[in-house]
Design a protein around this ligand. Structure first.
Ligand code: ATP
Ligand code: MG
Length: 395
């Protein structure tokens, strides 16, 4: 018998016409993360992954952050489908495991196999009871489920599986540009967008010397964590100082934030279109702060045509924090470095800004030139995640 890992695709199975496209993308993403460590084969229902140097732990660690996988199964494969061989294999695999109750599940993807599922289940269950002492069958709540899958060319045996991340393979929905600040919300928004198959690029606005290098490093660190789900991530760093100072000097104080956000959106939309990203993504959440009332959002949103997706817009802060903890961004997000949104925040920003006023204030200055310069001077870096390993005890 050969030990291997196979994957169940989950939600992909509902994508009838696109199924091959999704599976190919998943294959590509896995190869990308696990590079030369594995050989991959796949068919319509399953993807098989064989670690080249038998390092299952490293491979599982890689797989656990890949979207589009419903379940990761550690299995044994034998090409011999003879019923007596199946029985012997089961005893070999089970005799050293510690469990008291079990049930047998049989899946026949080869419908022409001489025995049907029910017969096999009974026969194999009886064989296990006869050959391993002190066991009981419990169909409702067994300690161990013995899975036997009879395929055209082989039989698979498995008892252990790990839940995958679900979602769609990254890239199956094209590209999106995430406005990534150092806060809690935007990394979570990015994660949720990746989950639906969007390949992210990120944009960060910095205002040196008003914002520090530490703030930039924090953003890079968050981008690196997201890179773990996104394969890698391109980060566009925009120097926002000139624009921000111009706003601060020339715009009425209660409109500072509104106009600053309109500038961010404008730059985001231009960078997105240049990078062929179909959407802008951000961490706005309805009502969280003055600039995130529905009125504020619509006044800010009017400056761009590109769709803006706000994955956390209807979550409470505590729900967002829960996800941030789960995906590993929270600890970094709460580090206390200032953001360019926070340095010039007026005490009383307008909660119900007016479009006409925002337009009129902006028309007093030539922002277009500044926007052009900021984009021309952007710095772009590509970040990848280092992998750690915590599956040793499962194997
Ligand atoms: P976050 O926790 O994500 O920082 P927030 O609650 O602090 O969000 P704001 O500061 O109003 O809210 O920002 C709203 C959204 O605008 C952020 O979620 C992010 O998507 C984007 N944004 C804010 N500041 C920046 C920045 N410096 N660079 C890039 N995007 C930003
Ligand atoms: Mg913020």
């Amino acid at each position: 018998m050969e030990k291997l890992i196979f994957l169940k695709y989950g939600e992909l199975s509902t994508k009838k016409d696109n199924r091959n496209f999704f599976i190919k993308k998943l294959n590509e993403n896995i190869s990308n993360v696990l590079k030369d460590e594995v050989t991959i084969t796949y068919d319509y229902g399953r993807m098989f992954i064989k670690p080249k140097d038998d390092d299952f732990s490293a491979v599982l660690e890689g797989l656990k952050n890949i979207f589009g996988i419903h379940e990761i199964v550690i299995a044994y494969k034998d090409k011999n489908r003879d019923i007596e061989v199946i029985k012997n294999n089961l005893i070999t695999l089970l005799k050293d495991k510690s469990f008291k109750t079990f049930k047998v599940e049989v899946k026949r993807s080869d419908k022409k196999y001489p025995k049907d599922g029910m017969t096999l289940r009974k026969e194999l269950g009886a064989h296990i009871l006869k050959n391993i002492p002190n066991l009981k069958v419990d169909v409702n709540n067994p300690e161990l489920t013995v899975n036997v899958e009879i395929r055209l060319q082989e039989v698979l045996y498995y008892f252990t599986s790990i839940k995958g991340l679900g979602g769609y393979p990254v890239g199956t929905q094209g590209k999106g540009l995430l406005m990534l600040s150092g806060g809690i919300d935007s990394p979570v928004a990015g994660y949720l967008a990746i989950k639906r198959g969007i390949k992210l690029e990120a944009i960060y606005f910095e205002s040196p010397p008003h914002t520090s290098n530490e703030a930039l490093e924090k953003c890079k660190k968050l981008a690196k964590i997201l890179a773990g789900y996104n394969m890698d991530i391109k980060l566009h760093i925009i120097n926002f100082t000139e624009i921000q100072e111009a706003i601060y000097k020339n715009m009425p104080v209660e409109y500072l934030i509104t106009i600053m956000r309109r500038m961010m959106y404008r730059i985001g939309a231009i960078v997105a279109s240049r990078q062929k990203a179909k959407v802008l993504i951000n961490g706005e959440s309805i009502g969280q702060v003055a600039s995130q009332t529905l009125t504020s959002m619509s006044v800010v949103n009017e400056v761009v045509k590109i769709p803006v997706i706000r994955p956390v817009c209807c979550f409470d802060k505590l729900e967002i924090i829960d996800i941030a903890k789960k995906i590993g961004t929270y600890e970094t997000s709460i580090l206390p470095y200032e953001d360019c949104c926070t340095i010039f925040v007026p005490l009383h920003p307008v909660i119900n800004p007016e479009k006409e006023k925002a337009r009129e204030y902006e028309s007093r200055i030539d922002f277009e030139e500044m926007i052009y310069r900021a984009i021309k001077n952007e710095k772009v870096i590509t970040l990848t995640k280092e992998r750690e390993n915590d599956f040793t005890d499962l194997l």
